[in-house]
Design a protein around this ligand. Structure first.
Ligand code: GAR
Length: 213
């Protein structure tokens, strides 16, 4: 009934999520769509920060509404330590519980890592430990997969630690490489079949764990 519904709502804590972006923001879109369908559990996207002013992801957040948008670029803060500190202050001001890196190519430094250890998620467009680490981001990943002649690739949702793409793996999904694929067609298939499902699912999983803790 209504009263027990209200009681349930009162004890259900909201997990405040920051999504960090750099590009087109299709993964951010998948997260917002999942939230609107009620598929993100206690997670609420409250803050989107881009390291690029021109990132279309920012426009997606504005169109969705109810989300604070922000820019913190290398131009604004070229010193990596100061960038880390500035990001930390913003996350604190927004009372962020969970950070989701959705195609973020900026810096997540020591201070942010220390504050949010175990509460930072990343989506990588390959099956870690293949095609990951320094230099493997965006289309470069799919170019390397095709150059090696792989028949299968995929995506990985994992926790972020100090080592690039080295944190614990939460979810993975395999995707076929097809004859005639270009980096672009492969990227699109990996997004559609893997990333856009894994990232909301991992976000929900982590948010539910945090809610219980
Ligand atoms: C995604 O494919 C994501 O997996 C990748 O960048 C793209 C961002 O697209 N991330 C990395 O390569 C991180 N190493 P989006 O802006 O449309 O979500």
């Amino acid at each position: 009934d209504r009263r027990s519904h209200l009681r349930r709502r009162r004890c259900r804590a909201v997990v405040r999520v920051a999504v960090l972006v750099s590009g087109g923001g299709t993964n951010l879109q998948a997260l917002m769509d999942a939230q609107d369908r009620g598929e993100l559990g206690p997670a609420r996207i409250v803050y989107v920060l881009s390291n690029r002013k021109a990132a279309y992801a920012l426009e997606r957040a504005r169109v969705h509404g109810g989300i604070e948008t922000d820019v913190l670029s290398k131009v604004m803060q070229p010193d990596p330590e100061k960038y880390d500190e500035a990001l930390l202050q913003r996350l604190k001001a927004q009372r962020i519980d969970l950070i989701v890196l959705a195609g973020f190519l900026g810096i997540v430094g020591e201070k942010v890592l220390a504050r949010s250890s175990g509460r930072i998620l990343n989506i990588h467009p390959a099956l870690i430990p293949s095609f990951c680490g320094k230099g493997f981001y965006g289309l470069h990943v799919h170019e390397a997969v095709l150059a090696r002649g792989c028949k299968v690739t995929g995506a990985t949702a994992h926790l972020v630690t100090a080592g690039v793409d080295e944190g614990p793996i939460l979810l993975q999904k395999a995707v076929d490489v097809l004859p005639g694929d270009t980096p672009e067609t492969l990227q699109r298939r990996v997004m559609e079949q893997a990333e856009w499902h894994l990232l909301p699912a991992a976000t929900k999983m982590l948010a539910e764990e945090m809610e219980e803790a």
